[in-house]
Design a protein. Structure first.
Length: 89
């Protein structure tokens, strides 16, 4: 699902997002430098060791036990790079 900047989330939407993330085998976060909530907090809902791919041109601070890969580029190029690496992987 997509949440745009300054868009509010209702509790039901947030609960469904947490449930989906908790069951994910990979998480892709595009277009945020992990400084704005709730997007930044949702990365804490992935199971331990689940790979998280962040696609954003800004540098980030990362403190988590999950595998983390930062593609420091815009969303369009970053998603294309993610897909390339996924298919080659």
């Amino acid at each position: 699902d997509v949440v745009l900047y300054d868009e509010s989330l209702n509790t039901d939407t947030l609960d469904r997002a947490v449930d989906a993330i908790a069951a994910a085998d990979t998480m892709i976060v595009a277009g945020t430098s992990l400084t704005v909530y709730p997007a930044a907090g949702l990365t804490r809902c992935v199971p331990h060791g689940t790979p998280i791919w962040l696609i954003d041109p800004k540098p980030v601070q990362w403190n988590s036990s999950s595998t983390f890969r930062h593609l420091q580029m815009g969303a369009s190029k970053g998603v294309a790079q993610f897909m390339k690496e996924l298919l080659e992987g």
